[in-house]
Design a protein around this ligand. Sequence first.
Ligand code: 2P0
Length: 346
Amino acid sequence: MDGLMRAGVMTATGGRGVTARAYPNIALVKYWGKRDEKWMLPVTGSLSMTLDLFPTTTRVELVPDAATDVVRFNGGSAEDVTADRIRRFLEVVRALAGRSAHAIVESVNTVPTAAGLASSAAGFAALAVAAASVYGLCLDGRALSRLARRGSGSACRSVFGGFVQWHAGLAEGRMGDKTSYAEPVPVGALDPALVITVVDPGPKRVPSRQAMRHTQATSPLYGAWARAGEADLGELRRALRQGDLDRAGMIAERNALGMHASMLAARPAIRYLTGGSLAVLDRVARLREQGVPAHATIDAGPNVAVLCPRQDAAGVAQELGAIGDVQSVHIAGPGPAATVCGGEDR
Ligand code: 2P0
């Protein structure tokens, strides 16, 4: 297929319409805070697993005579803030491509939007792949991840499948842009699952961009969490390379709880955790006491993702699904890279 892109091998078509698909990712060592907002450069590196659930499929079609970009989301018009973010991202793509044509963007998202399940990661990864192709940019995986980062930081990790590290990079501005990219992480013999427990599928109370800015600016615990995160990253890489999922989970849980602790110490506090989140954390601790190597991680929302061996996932899902506050449970494995999935018509 002309225009096929998988893990960074892409032949740009320059055609009028391209559809791409990307999957969300959940970070085991989190990204929380930017050192350069203009270039979307993080304070710390992060490491995630791309999921095999909840893909976003996005079609970008050039409309050379249009006066502006049109953005449709799940069959309706996108909200103004979403449409503005997508238009700003398309401006970045147009500047790189030296093109001026506007586009119609149609995105279909299967993740509960804004529920702390990384919908913007899959969304901007799919948009970056489709837009790069349709505007005729020929980018390898690293360059695609840098492009996706400009839309939403965590999106750079969804460009790749499996376990993925986003390097914080060096300095700021253009130097930072060149050195802040994602790449797959080598792992040993692992058969992991993330059991995702949804305790609240509604939109989050504070958007993560605003929440991380506030945490960084006001929390006395933020610097300590960021410093610990650098050590967590090295230890997590080692645990994954050694195929030590139990240790990987332990590092993920402490990193996530530290991130939430730094938010709770912000002034005023940001609290995403609910009683339901804590009930899931309690049950995960009990599972561990019973010998199940399960550990929790929580993004910018109340939902809890539990890392465990795939062979334990059904049992963990059953236990967690029995908690009163848990509305649904989903078992995810490592998912694929973002890819063009058709429609390269000219
Ligand atoms: C992560 N999160 O590493 C962390 C953990 C949420 C908690 O990345 O401002 O939507 O678009 O770069 O990527 C959510 O933040 O923020 C996020 P922007 P993004 O997955």
